[in-house]
Design a protein around this ligand. Structure first.
Ligand code: FSO
Ligand code: SF4
Length: 553
């Protein structure tokens, strides 16, 4: 195996990349099958691309490609059997689609294209050993023999951004929102990657195209969330437990949370959000469920201790799953693209096994001694409603600067940078935050400026669109560009959704982003130089120094 798609990848003095067992716990077999799955999906997309040109579009295939890509994100699916199933499905779908494509060409008097790329003609071996042998010839390490290090890294930049985009596409689809253009772009991108281009500019162009499509996707996801659940409103969320049986729902999928709430109504079970699902509590529709009682725990990397201490069942709806421990693996469940061998997988939205496990578990024996709360729900509508007041506070000098300190969390000590940064932000500045990185400081009291809280939690990393809309609206109000606003972006990245959001910000021409805690390992020094030159991208350094540079800018 060779994998360097996430921030925590193995870094040694001699190189980067997990090459025997992932730091995330992904083993050699699963990693190689995931590479092979990308190969199989590329073959399917090559045909989906051609078929679209003559009007053959299959929403089932589109959705499958997005979900299968999602399964290869960091901390999503560690189950080799599921990977094998996805590979065989991809090849079977391609065969079926190519037959339909050829028939449609014949009916329209067109000569069908016969793609000669290996991905388009890939036949999956029947057994695991055969698949692993096939994987040996197409993984990242083989790619770097054919393409140089810069091109391999650029391939990674496009592929990892695409994976994030596919995850957001899958999220929107789960809420019934799709856009054929987005799927077409995913197929085009996979077909491009299968071409093994040696043109660095083509990769850079594709990276920005992924950013552009991801922007469309995030808008669609925002629409999906707000049309289904209403616009988030500032909400005090309980973060201490209540007596009773309980279910913990982690990940990002609001629709799964809704299904669980519906199926537990009247059953005497309290439901808690975990990690990136915290912002769900701010949506009006979720307030209809009194048994959604609060949030339990913090960001994903603490799940092994938090899940062990949680006395009920736990559902992981999306990333970030880490190796389940014996102390809770009997009451852990996965849904959708998520998987871990031996952990029950919920199919067809039927959460009855989760409910049975919650009823069998002890639950909390009493309310927490002290009730504690945090505030979330400052998504675009709430912030934009307060825009006149915010603009006035900027004009009269009460607000001098905005800092977006957002993105992912992780286990590395270098991530204290974000806590230190947030704590050092001057009192005349507002902190916008989103993603799971906020757990490093969201229980702290930052006070307010003229009634506007200094810490505004805008939601999940999935809600980055909301933050972009606020920046665009402020720029309009001050008649300047986003880059001219007194706004600094201090981004923490971990996995491929964050890579997709970064590409969107670059596509939008946003400059001076501070990115950390380390730069992506797949970005070679030459590519970093391009990004620094073109977008003034900064690697994060020392919080106080970076703050001085941004605040005085
Ligand atoms: Fe965090 Fe994980 Fe939201 Fe990511 S839970 S790290 S970018 O998957 O999705 O911020
Ligand atoms: Fe390593 Fe990250 Fe890949 Fe896991 S996802 S194998 S930690 S680079």
């Amino acid at each position: 195996m060779f994998c360097y798609q996430c921030e925590q990848t193995l870094r040694t003095p001699t190189g980067v990349g997990c090459n025997s067992l992932g730091i995330c716990g992904k083993d050699n077999t699963t990693a190689n099958l995931q590479d092979l799955l990308i190969h199989a999906l590329s073959g399917l997309s090559i045909y989906a691309q051609s078929a679209r040109t003559i009007g053959v579009i299959d929403p089932k295939i589109d959705a499958f490609v997005a979900e299968a890509l999602f399964s290869t994100l960091t901390n999503v699916n560690f189950d080799p059997q599921r990977m094998q199933n996805y590979i065989h499905q991809a090849v079977a779908m391609r065969e079926e689609l190519s037959a339909r494509y050829i028939a449609a060409c014949e009916a329209q008097g067109i000569v069908p294209k016969q793609p000669n790329l290996t991905a388009a003609n890939y036949q999956a071996a029947t057994g695991l050993d055969g698949l692993l042998e096939q994987a040996d010839s197409i993984g990242f390490d083989m790619r770097s023999l054919n393409l140089n290090e810069d091109l391999t890294g650029l391939y990674g930049l496009v592929l990892f951004g695409l994976k994030g985009l596919a995850a957001y596409t899958d999220h929107a689809k789960m809420l019934g929102h799709t856009n054929p253009q987005i799927y077409a772009a995913i197929h085009d991108c996979l077909a491009f990657l299968a071409s093994e281009s040696d043109d660095a500019n083509a990769y850079l162009e594709w990276a920005l195209k992924v950013g552009a499509t991801n922007y469309q996707t995030m808008e669609l996801l925002d629409k999906a969330h707000t049309e289904t659940y209403g616009h988030p409103e500032p909400t005090q969320v309980r973060i201490t437990p209540l007596k009773g049986k309980c279910i913990l729902v982690s990940g990002h999928a609001l629709n799964d949370l809704e299904d669980i709430l519906k199926q537990t109504t009247g059953k005497g079970i309290n439901v808690y959000t975990h990690g990136e699902l915290l912002p769900a509590l701010a949506y009006p529709k979720f307030k209809q469920y009194p048994h959604l009682v609060g949030n339990y725990g913090g960001a994903w990397q603490d799940q092994q201790t938090e899940f062990a201490a949680f006395p009920g069942s736990i559902v992981m709806t999306t990333n970030c799953l880490i190796q389940p421990q014996n102390s809770y693996n009997q009451r852990l469940f996965t849904t959708h693209a998520v998987g871990w061998a031996g952990i029950p997988h919920i199919e067809n939205h039927d959460y009855s096994p989760v409910i049975s496990a919650a009823l069998a578990a002890p639950g909390f024996s009493s309310d927490a001694n002290e009730a504690k709360f945090i505030t979330t729900g400052f998504a675009r509508k709430t912030v934009l409603n307060a825009a006149p007041q915010v603009i006035e506070l900027v004009k009269n000098g009460s607000i001098k600067h905005f800092f977006l300190i957002g993105g992912c969390d992780g286990a590395k000590s270098g991530r204290n940078y974000y806590t230190e940064f947030a704590h050092q932000v001057p009192k005349d500045s507002i902190i916008l935050t989103l993603g799971c990185g906020k757990y490093r400081f969201n229980k702290d009291d930052f006070g307010d400026i003229g009634g506007i809280p200094r810490l505004l939690d805008m939601g999940q990393c999935n809600d980055a669109y909301s933050a972009i809309q606020v920046a665009v609206a402020l720029a309009e109000a001050f008649n300047c560009s986003v880059n001219q606003l007194p706004l600094s972006l201090i981004i923490s990245w971990f996995e491929q959704k964050a890579a997709a959001v970064l590409l969107t910000l670059l596509y939008l021409g946003i400059e001076n982003i501070y990115l950390g805690p380390t730069l992506p390992a797949f970005l070679t020094p030459n590519v970093v130089n391009i990004l620094v030159e073109k977008f003034k991208l900064h690697p994060t350094g020392v919080a106080s120094k970076d703050l001085a540079q941004t605040y005085n800018a």
